[in-house]
Design a protein around this ligand. Structure first.
Ligand SMILES: NC(=O)c1ccc[n+]([C@@H]2O[C@H](COP(=O)([O-])OP(=O)(O)OC[C@H]3O[C@@H](n4cnc5c(N)ncnc54)[C@H](OP(=O)(O)O)[C@@H]3O)[C@@H](O)[C@H]2O)c1
Length: 345
C-alpha cells in the first residue's frame, strides 16, 4: 500500500510504498479517508515536537477520518510517529476509535478537529470558562485562533477580544463573534496600549502566540486592569510567534496571574478523549472556521512545501475517499428515492 513517508527529518515526505499494517492484539485495521496537515503534524515530521523525535522512516499524520471494515465512519485520534495516519490503511487500538455520524464529510471533519479541539480543551478543561467571562484570544487570525473565537462565543463568553497580525483576517473575526480586536502591528507601546484598552478586564487568555505578543498583552493588561487581585487565567496553547517569552517576576506578584499550558502532556489521555468526544458530538452543529483544501495523498511531497492560503488547511485524501464519497452519494440517492416512493404511496 501507499503512504507519505519521511526519510530524513526536516525533509518533506514522499509518496511511497510501505508494508500493510500488522495489527497488534487489540488493534484493528481501518481504511484512511482524510488526514489534515497542521503545525503539530509538521513538528512531529521534523523531529521538533516537545514529546521527542521519532525513529525514521516515519509516516506523518496525527489524526484521521477513516472507515472500519464494518463500514463505520470513525475519527482516529492521536497516532504518534513513526506510525502516523497519512497512509492508505493504519492499525489502531479498537478502543481508540470514535464513531462519527454517517453523512459527515470526512474532509471537513479532518480539517476542523485539530483547531477546534485546541480551543475546546483550552476553554473548557484548562481555562474553565464560566458564562459571562471575558476572553482574549492571542493569535485569533490562525485556524486554531478563529475556532477559539467562535467556541468562546458559543460557550457563553460575555465578551471576546481577538488579537492578530493580518488586518483582513482580524477584521473577519468579528463575523465569528469577536467584540473587539487588537492589531499586533505597529510600535510595541501602541500594541501594549491597545491591549490595555481592549482587554484589561479579561478573565481568560487563550494564547496561540507566546513571545513578544504575549509580553505586550500581559504588560498592557496589567497596566490598565482596575482590580489587579481579580484572577487572570492565561492558557498557553501555541507558540506561533516564538518559543520563549520574558516574564518579569513582578508581574506575578503585583497581580493574580495564573499561567498553565494546554497540550498533549497537560491533560490525561482519558480527559482528552472525553473532550474530543464532546466536540465530535457538536461538530455537525458548529459552523466551520477552517476551509479545507483537498489534496490527493499522492501529491503529498509538493503540497507539503507549497504556501498555504490563510484560513485554509490542507487535507490529504486517499484513493478510498473517492470510492467512499461515490458510495455515499449512491446511498443518499437511494434513500431519497425510497422516501419519494413512500410519499407517492
Ligand atoms: N496545544 C494544542 O492543543 C494546539 C492545537 C492546535 C494548534 N496549536 C498551536 O497553536 C499555534 C497556531 O496553530 P494554528 O493551527 O492556528 O496555525 P495556523 O493556522 O498556521 O496559524 C498560525 C497563525 O500564527 C500567526 N502568527 C505567526 N507568527 C506570528 C507572529 N510573530 N505574531 C503574530 N501572529 C503570528 C499567523 O497570523 P497572521 O495570519 O495574522 O500573520 C497565523 O495565522 C501553533 O503554534 C500550533 O502548534 C496548539
Amino acid at each position: 500500500m501507499y503512504a507519505a513517508v519521511v526519510h530524513a527529518l526536516g525533509e518533506p515526505p514522499r509518496y511511497a510504498t510501505v508494508p500493510e499494517p500488522a495489527p497488534a492484539a487489540g488493534e484493528v485495521v481501518v481504511e484512511v479517508l482524510a488526514a489534515a496537515l497542521y503545525p503539530l503534524v509538521r513538528s512531529f515530521a521534523s523531529g521538533g515536537h516537545y514529546t521527542g523525535a521519532a525513529a525514521l522512516p516515519l509516516v506523518p499524520g496525527f489524526d484521521a477520518v477513516a472507515r472500519t471494515a464494518g463500514g463505520e465512519l470513525v475519527y482516529v485520534p492521536g497516532l504518534e510517529p513513526p506510525h502516523g495516519t497519512m497512509a492508505e490503511r493504519i492499525a489502531v487500538p479498537a478502543t481508540a476509535l470514535m464513531q462519527l455520524p454517517d453523512g459527515l464529510d470526512p474532509v471537513a471533519v479532518a480539517a476542523a478537529v485539530n483547531p477546534a479541539s485546541s480551543a475546546w480543551i483550552a476553554l473548557r478543561e484548562r481555562g474553565r470558562l464560566r458564562t459571562g467571562e471575558s476572553v482574549l484570544v492571542l493569535g485569533a487570525t490562525g485556524n486554531a485562533g478563529r475556532a477559539a473565537v467562535r467556541l468562546a462565543r458559543d460557550q457563553g463568553a460575555g465578551s471576546v477580544v481577538a488579537a492578530g497580525r493580518d488586518p483582513e483576517a482580524l477584521r473577519r473575526t468579528g463575523e465569528l463573534g469577536a467584540d473587539r480586536t487588537v492589531p499586533l502591528t505597529g510600535p510595541d507601546e501602541d500594541v501594549a496600549a491597545a491591549f490595555g484598552a481592549a482587554a484589561a478586564e479579561a478573565d481568560l487568555v487563550l494564547d496561540y502566540l507566546w513571545d513578544r505578543p504575549a509580553e505586550l498583552a500581559l504588560d498592557g493588561i496589567l497596566r490598565h486592569r482596575t482590580d489587579l487581585a481579580r484572577p487572570l487565567r492565561w492558557v498557553q496553547v501555541g507558540s506561533a510567534a516564538g518559543a520563549d517569552m520574558t516574564l518579569p517576576s513582578a508581574w506575578l506578584r503585583k497581580a493574580d496571574v495564573h499561567v498553565c499550558g494546554s497540550g498533549l502532556g497537560s491533560i490525561s489521555g482519558a480527559r482528552r478523549n472525553a473532550c474530543l468526544r464532546e466536540l465530535l458530538d457538536r461538530l455537525p452543529s458548529l459552523e466551520p472556521t477552517t476551509e479545507p483544501v483537498t489534496v490527493p495523498l499522492a501529491d503529498v511531497e509538493t503540497a507539503w512545501q507549497a504556501p498555504v492560503r490563510p484560513g485554509t488547511r490542507i487535507v490529504f485524501t486517499t484513493p478510498a475517499a473517492e470510492t467512499d464519497r461515490a458510495a455515499g452519494t449512491r446511498r443518499r440517492a437511494a434513500s431519497a428515492e425510497g422516501a419519494g416512493a413512500r410519499e407517492t404511496v
